[in-house]
Design a protein around this ligand. Sequence first.
Ligand SMILES: [Zn+2]
Ligand SMILES: [Zn+2]
Length: 388
Amino acid sequence: MPIRNRFAELHTDITAWRRDIHAHPELQYDTPRTSALVAEKLRDFGCDEVVTGIGRTGVVALIHGKTRTSGKTIGLRADIDALPILEATGAPHASTIQGKMHACGHDGHTAMLLGAAQYLAETRNFDGTVAVIFQPAEEGGAGAEAMVQDGLIPRFGISEIYGLHNSPYLPFGQFAIREGAFYAAVDSFKIQVHGKGGHAARPHVTVDTTLAASAIVMALQSVVSRNTDPQQPLVVSVTSLQTETDAFNVIPEHATLRGTVRSFDMELRAQTLDRIQAVVDLTAQSYGATATFSLEEEPYPVMTNHPDETQHCAAAARNVAGVCDTDIPRTTGGEDFAYMLQACKGAYIQLGVGDGPGLHHPEYDFNDEVIPIGCSYWVTLAESRLAP
Ligand SMILES: [Zn+2]
Ligand SMILES: [Zn+2]
């Protein structure tokens, strides 16, 4: 049973929800409109229980099957938050809020899981309970961790949990997954460089902060290329260099660098952070400056798919799409579903939406044509894991 016919009928409705959410993007935990819209729809569908305020602004609904002899509950999770990006799609349903947009397709994830919830509440052809989980703050803020800390897993008795992300890097309708480490651990860092400001015409009486900061950027390139086993994936990116002045004739007193580390191995991560610390300290010192290195936000852990659950996802994907790539390369992107997979068995899959602007691009727009495929995947997975 590949694409469910019911989703051909619901496609227009689900597309309208998706575009409504797209037009009203909300960031991190500040999702009052989206959370209320989700909860209202779940109540309209006749879900057995709708709980709001899990992980601050997350929403969870329980849908019981015709029978519950298995006593089992599985969790299906969508993320609901948007990004601080100025939208440039020109779409009729484009963001109505300047500087915020759904550029990662979480509007599509939310709409597809709502569609699946409606179907599951109508049909209930399973033995046990499905928990549909709508999580805030995936794009920074660790909303998945907040929901886990709020007791998500034990409170609803969830024994398996599943996630899905759309991918503009995969052909339309194609699923891909891998067992084990799939998404990287994410650290964000800040380096503050302190020199001695002064007149640009008299550099010999200053400590040139801009030069020291630039040298640190260059020196950090050797952490991956010279200090790391070439067989081990690792990224160190410096993404920002700011000083307190944009004058052409002033040597600034302070400079701030920002960047990120992506890793798959906790030992390598620790070594890398130590190495960055040493490079920052000693490079600054060699220019007569000082520098401090610190981590910002809490790091996202490596997202690791559990083996059996990976196979369950692949089987459901094959059922819907005919094939499923189970050996897609790891991605150096991060995903806070990692926290849910630390707390519970489960797996996370990608669904191709075809060529187009990449995730987090101002022209990205979720491809609504994929909705029946994503919805069918969710209900196939739920029914197969809770087969009577
Ligand atoms: Zn994203
Ligand atoms: Zn995303």
